[in-house]
Design a binder for this molecule. Structure first.
Ligand code: NAP
Ligand code: MG
Length: 501
């Protein structure tokens, strides 16, 4: 009955980790059961079977973790550590991730379902790179000296940590999201409470073990597994937590903002949903644009916040592009993440698949036209939650298909005729996370990049990220920029000091 596939040879380390019994919380450097003894079950989305028992943190556990984090912030070795020493710890953690890459990749694929190749070559090394990138920043957190017009005064700024920060993350890039938030938060000197998504806690827990192995002092990283309520809500409403950094849905982002307002006005940064436009001009290199548009929408089986789910194609090449998209969609392999040469894994859960199918079934009623996919996959895949690339043609931007974040492999394609129409349509949702444009005209690319309301714009490419490049949303896709130098602002505050000379 176990969700661990029997036909896959997993590393010994993965078995050891999974065989240790119910997973515990990391509080103050100790692995502990939840104070009320509660646990919950996680499932392998590729076969729907139980994978692990996980401690369920309640408000009392969040209290304990917040107290441990406060103590580490003000008293422990962390509070006295130089930036250079923090940087060394982060670097070491990055190295340990690489040493344990095979095992981490297997845990990620078991938990989230993504193809093992993607976990192993993408998520895990990217997570390591993040820790190494911010390791460098830890020793370079400078203030400024500021000339003022009042005589005999010297003014300078200090960059200080926010304090105790809560990090709440989703299930689509479990280890990578943990790295996106932990690395800059720790580089600046904060202490943290990390809440992974209830669907995918395993790699965060293993990361906690590696952090201890790297020498991270007790209380600097606390890991609280559990659902949005009570665990996440206890963090976002906590009086002793100074900041919450959240990635997830716009709906929950709103709830977090409310919780911050109603508690201690903690600082928040929100990375939320998207419904990103992707544009193919007639002058584009169509072969790469078609492939690019396919992967822009369907990579991670559409479960990416930046997914290019609204494709606009210049009318003169519309039929050709649509034909190409249907062909590529028919050629990809969907299946369990451990199977050979699989491109797309399962949807994270049965519940999420049902939600996606709700949108698909509604869209099938018309006026949109189904061109590919649209049916849950059965046969050998019936036990898991599988849906292949699904493409609809439409010409009505008011449809739920076009306005709402489906968070599954569903692409809406429409033709466009002129520039003003295109820009208006591209900007016609409440979201503004990302956008793509395919053209060989440099000026068109720049003009579109300037006109689109999105935090990231990819030209003749899509879905690229780097630890050094800032990332975040316009409009209801959130605020604050993660990654790059900008993430240091997200996790620090400036103090201005006036000296009377
Ligand atoms: P979600 O339900 O918003 O959950 C995100 C995280 O928030 C999870 O850890 C969740 O716990 C927690 N949470 C839920 N309710 C909470 C509450 N009341 N207080 C505090 N925390 C709470 O999103 P999801 O279902 O995991 O992921 C899908 C959605 O996230 C999509 O809409 C997608 O666009 C968005 N997303 C955005 C980005 C981005 O970078 N902008 C990245 C990935 C995903 P549970 O796990 O128990 O629900
Ligand atoms: Mg959720």
């Amino acid at each position: 009955m176990t969700g661990i596939p029997t036909d896959v040879e997993l590393t010994k380390a993965t078995h050891t980790f999974l065989d240790q019994g119910p997973k515990r919380l990391l509080i103050g450097g100790e692995w502990v059961e939840a104070s009320q003894g509660g646990t919950f079950e996680t499932f392998n989305p590729a076969n729907g079977r139980p994978l692990a028992q996980i401690a369920l943190a309640t408000a009392a556990d969040v209290d304990a973790a917040a107290a441990a984090a406060r103590q580490a912030l003000t008293e422990g070795p962390w509070s006295k550590m130089s930036g250079a020493d923090r940087g060394e710890l982060l670097w070491k953690l990055g190295e340990l991730i690489l040493v344990h890459a095979d095992e981490l990749a297997e845990l990620e694929t078991l938990d989230n379902g993504k193809p093992l190749r993607v976990s192993r070559r993408g998520d895990v090394p990217f997570a390591a790179k993040h820790f190494k990138y911010y390791a460098g920043w830890a020793s370079k957190l400078e203030g400024a000296s500021i000339p003022v017009s009042i005589p005999d005064k010297f003014v300078y700024t200090l960059r200080e940590p926010m304090g105790v920060v809560g990090l709440i993350i989703p299930w689509n890039f479990p280890l990578l999201m943990a790295a996106w938030k932990l690395a800059p938060a720790l580089a600046v000197g904060n202490t943290t409470l990390l809440k992974p998504a209830e669907e995918t806690p395993l790699t965060a827990l293993r990361l906690g073990e590696l952090a201890i192995e790297a020498g991270m002092p007790p209380g600097v990283i606390n890991i609280l597994t559990g659902p949005g309520t009570p665990t996440g809500a206890a963090i976002s409403g906590h009086m002793q937590i100074d900041k919450v950094s959240f990635t997830g849905s716009t709906e929950v982002g709103r709830v977090i903002m409310q919780a911050a307002a109603e508690s201690n006005l903690k600082k928040i940064s929100l990375e939320l949903g998207g419904k990103s436009p992707n544009v193919i001009f007639a002058d584009a290199d169509l072969e790469s644009a078609i492939k690019g548009a396919h992967w822009a929408c369907f990579s991670s089986t559409g479960q990416e916040c930046t997914a290019g789910t609204r494709l606009f194609v210049e009318r003169s090449v519309y039929d050709q592009v649509v034909e190409g998209l249907v062909e590529v969609a028919g050629s990809v392999r969907v299946g369990p993440g451990f199977a050979d040469k699989v491109h797309l894994g399962p949807i994270i859960s049965e519940r999420q698949l049902e939600r996606i199918m709700g949108y698909v079934d509604e869209a099938r009623q018309g006026p949109a036209e189904l061109l590919a996919g649209g049916e849950r996959l059965g046969g050998e895949l019936a036990e898991g939650s599988f849906l292949g690339p699904t493409i609809f043609a439409h010409d009505d931007d008011s449809l739920a298909l076009v306005q709402e974040e489906i968070f599954g492999p569903v692409l809406a394609v429409a033709p466009f005729d002129d520039w003003d129409e295109l820009v208006a349509r591209a900007n016609s949702t409440r979201y503004g996370l990302a956008a793509g444009v395919w053209t060989t005209h440099l000026s068109k690319a720049h003009r579109f990049a300037a006109a689109v309301k999105a935090g990231t714009v990819w030209v003749n490419s899509y879905g690229l990220y780097d630890a050094a490049a800032p990332y975040g949303g316009y409009k209801q896709s959130g605020f604050g920029r993660e990654m790059g130098k900008d993430a240091l602002d997200l996790y620090s505050q400036l103090k201005t000091v006036w000296i009377g000379l």
